[in-house]
Design a binder for this molecule. Structure first.
Ligand code: FES
Length: 71
């Protein structure tokens, strides 16, 4: 799914940036460009970060272990 229409950044690319060490929306922006134009996607980027880094995760949430396990 494309999260950032301005930069054409998908959720998978954001998760890859998180796997590579991005821990804030600004770091995701530097790594992918997401959120660095109009800013409409910034809350979605922040939500993906929260879910990916949450120790609990929820059903369907990537969680830190699953983020690390994805190719
Ligand atoms: Fe991401 Fe515009 S939709 S910066």
């Amino acid at each position: 799914m494309i999260v950032c229409l301005c930069k054409g950044v998908s959720d998978q690319r954001i998760l890859a940036a998180i796997r590579d060490g991005a821990r804030t929306p600004a770091e995701v922006g530097r790594a992918t460009g997401a959120g660095t134009d109009c800013g409409t996607c910034r809350e979605t980027v922040a939500d993906i970060l929260r879910r990916a880094l949450s120790p609990e995760g929820g059903p369907g949430d990537p969680g830190p272990d699953n983020v690390a396990a994805q190719p």
